[in-house]
Design a protein around this ligand. Sequence first.
Ligand code: NAG
Ligand code: NAG
Ligand code: NAG
Ligand code: NAG
Ligand code: NAG
Ligand code: NAG
Ligand code: NAG
Ligand code: NAG
Ligand code: NAG
Ligand code: NAG
Ligand code: NAG
Ligand code: NAG
Length: 615
Amino acid sequence: MGSPLALLLLLLLLLHQPLFSAANVHKLNLLRSELLSQPTPRNDAAPTLFFEVTKPIELPKTKPCTQHVLQHDFGYTYGKPPVFANYTPPSYCPSQSFSKIVLEWKATCKGRQFDRIFGVWLGGVELLRSCTAEPTQNGIVWIVEKDITRYYSLLQNNQTLAVYLGNVVDKTYTGIYHVNISIHFYPAEKNLNYNYVQKLGNTENLDSGYHSWADLILPISRSLPLNDGLWFEIQNSTDTQLKEFEIPQNAYRAVLEVYVSFHENDEFWYSNVPNEYIAANNLSGTPGNGPFREVVVSLDGEVVGAVWPFTVIFTGGVNPLLWRPITAIGSFDLPSYDIEITPFLGKILDGKSHKFGFNVTNALNVWYVDANLHLWLDKQSTKTEGELSKHSSLPLVVSLVSDFKGLNGTFFTRAGRSVLSTGWMKSSYGNITTDAIQDFHYSNAMVMKNDGNTQIVNQIIHFNDTVHIRPPSSTVHSMSSSKNFSLYMYSDYLEQSNESYTLVTNVELGFIEKKSASAGSGFSNSSLRNLQNAEGNMVVKNNLVASGLGSTQQVYRFDSARSCYFRNISSSNYTILYDMARLTCTTKPESNLDFGLSTLLPFGAQSNFPGPRFT
Ligand SMILES: *[C@@H]1O[C@H](CO)[C@@H](O)[C@H](O)[C@H]1NC(C)=O
Ligand SMILES: *[C@@H]1O[C@H](CO)[C@@H](O)[C@H](O)[C@H]1NC(C)=O
Ligand SMILES: *[C@@H]1O[C@H](CO)[C@@H](O)[C@H](O)[C@H]1NC(C)=O
Ligand SMILES: *[C@@H]1O[C@H](CO)[C@@H](O)[C@H](O)[C@H]1NC(C)=O
Ligand SMILES: *[C@@H]1O[C@H](CO)[C@@H](O)[C@H](O)[C@H]1NC(C)=O
Ligand SMILES: *[C@@H]1O[C@H](CO)[C@@H](O)[C@H](O)[C@H]1NC(C)=O
Ligand SMILES: *[C@@H]1O[C@H](CO)[C@@H](O)[C@H](O)[C@H]1NC(C)=O
Ligand SMILES: *[C@@H]1O[C@H](CO)[C@@H](O)[C@H](O)[C@H]1NC(C)=O
Ligand SMILES: *[C@@H]1O[C@H](CO)[C@@H](O)[C@H](O)[C@H]1NC(C)=O
Ligand SMILES: *[C@@H]1O[C@H](CO)[C@@H](O)[C@H](O)[C@H]1NC(C)=O
Ligand SMILES: *[C@@H]1O[C@H](CO)[C@@H](O)[C@H](O)[C@H]1NC(C)=O
Ligand SMILES: *[C@@H]1O[C@H](CO)[C@@H](O)[C@H](O)[C@H]1NC(C)=O
């Protein structure tokens, strides 16, 4: 084409692959799938194990009861209703008191296939949002394990399990996903003061009321019947999706857990260019609206909180070779985001129906959003009462400084938001005041060089989240987390001849998360650093990938008083170059209390690794 828009077009056509639509499968996606079908450099026929690096789930030393809940082959499932299965609680287990419940997704696939987004719901409550791994001719296998103990109350009753994975199978895209889902129930260890009731503090009477899992979880998702996922589909920036719900009148705490994923024109939202650049250069088909997005959550029209999502890159994203076999952070277990709703609880205890709403600032088609409302109920009373005493949701501030000439330019986008709410709740635990504070800062620097053939994106999101629980005349409990989500992406398109070009991509993706909880003089801190550094290139000739290389380094480090985990791993062209892991702590514990920080802002833990070398 010889067009100066080559990089953009290539990025768009190559990277914005449809995850679910056969109709959208573009010619250039074929090219990409050719890339995927390269034989693995292994000689054996054993399927390659793909995995995401995370901290292994801490398990009690008891034998789990395993419930196999679904076996299904996802062939041509696009646009069809989710696959359903009946779930029954493991009544046959000798013990009915579990300290850990783990969902296991195991899948194999062979041939050629795209990365597909999928969701697993139980009774309409989302348990897992994930993305499939892209297969090879020799076949691949991957396992996702997720700690689902927080859904304990849901798992005590018969439920319908639903899985939506919109796959397309034809002569070209041959990969069928063979899937098994099991749930492992680990009985509590006997004679140990280790209980499934994870305590917030160890001195207060209040503690028993703040166990880590809720008494009731309401789905804030789409209702049946439908022909795709139970998630809401947000198509544009003015699209608000609403869900009516009613809660029991004796609730005393509420947390909304929000799941989000972004696709098609917003799959790489952080690299979308401003509309004025698109207009000035007469670009068409280029995703715009700039690089800032936020998911806004409202209750009866009032903003209760926001989600500024982590930049999850799916297994086929940017350069698929980067994610073999180590997949991108969050791709196998997308993070969910918790919003403390307790200050607003007083407004919805009237036994009437209320509405949660979701919209996405600057959204382009399409965002999949839904939520789970976790409710704690007062067993000593049939009616609790409460009031929102203070609420301020400062309007979103976005600034854009742009300077461009033709297709070269620089753009700085900054944004900030804070949501503060205070409310009291009177229950049998007393009259407790809750403060919830969310604070966000965002900055994105984007450079377009080489007449648009080179793009550099540097983005960081800072997010502080604090909850204070203030019982009358006793210690204030505080839980806070501070997170930095960072992304650096370099893409360079180089035309070599008429029908041959090279694409070089470097990605640095990661987050730092510090959590702390305190009750009086007691405190407990933890920190998690997870950083991936990936670089790759591919040479494309006559619409076919002639060669390519992808390599990834990752350092994962978690430290807390109760446990530590460190892993340093590197891969290149499907081969693990080194893999070192350590489960012991090297620094002194940052806690004087033995309590978990479990419920706030979980960043799913799993243990799907092939076996590192422990040092
Ligand atoms: C699923 O489970 C069945 C029965 O145990 C087994 O035959 C099959 O190989 C499993 N498939 C995967 C992908 O693990
Ligand atoms: C749950 O399902 C099982 C198996 O279908 C059935 O035997 C049982 O009666 C159900 N329990 C309830 C409470 O409906
Ligand atoms: C935004 O999406 C909604 C829902 O699909 C649709 O009804 C509306 O027309 C769209 N608005 C624009 C401006 O495209
Ligand atoms: C964009 O289109 C307009 C009108 O067709 C034309 O005047 C202008 O020169 C074009 N700009 C570029 C950068 O191609
Ligand atoms: C999103 O929802 C919030 C809360 O209802 C509202 O204030 C805001 O205007 C909505 N945004 C858009 C773009 O409609
Ligand atoms: C609960 O405490 C708040 C703040 O101290 C107070 O304003 C409110 O009236 C109290 N509610 C009840 C029912 O006592
Ligand atoms: C979060 O808290 C840290 C430490 O208190 C502070 O340095 C930072 O500015 C805060 N960030 C935001 C976005 O509020
Ligand atoms: C854009 O920048 C490149 C160097 O990165 C330069 O060669 C080219 O002339 C510039 N184009 C314009 C329109 O300024
Ligand atoms: C995030 O970055 C900001 C600014 O660089 C810093 O002040 C803050 O401490 C960082 N937060 C964490 C959790 O590292
Ligand atoms: C480039 O490719 C086109 C279409 O295949 C062909 O018509 C043209 O002659 C080629 N140009 C060169 C310089 O090779
Ligand atoms: C625990 O974390 C909090 C908040 O980040 C901090 O203020 C406090 O100093 C930390 N305590 C220790 C002992 O590190
Ligand atoms: C990776 O594969 C490419 C293409 O097959 C090859 O040129 C390169 O040397 C390989 N690199 C490593 C580190 O194996």
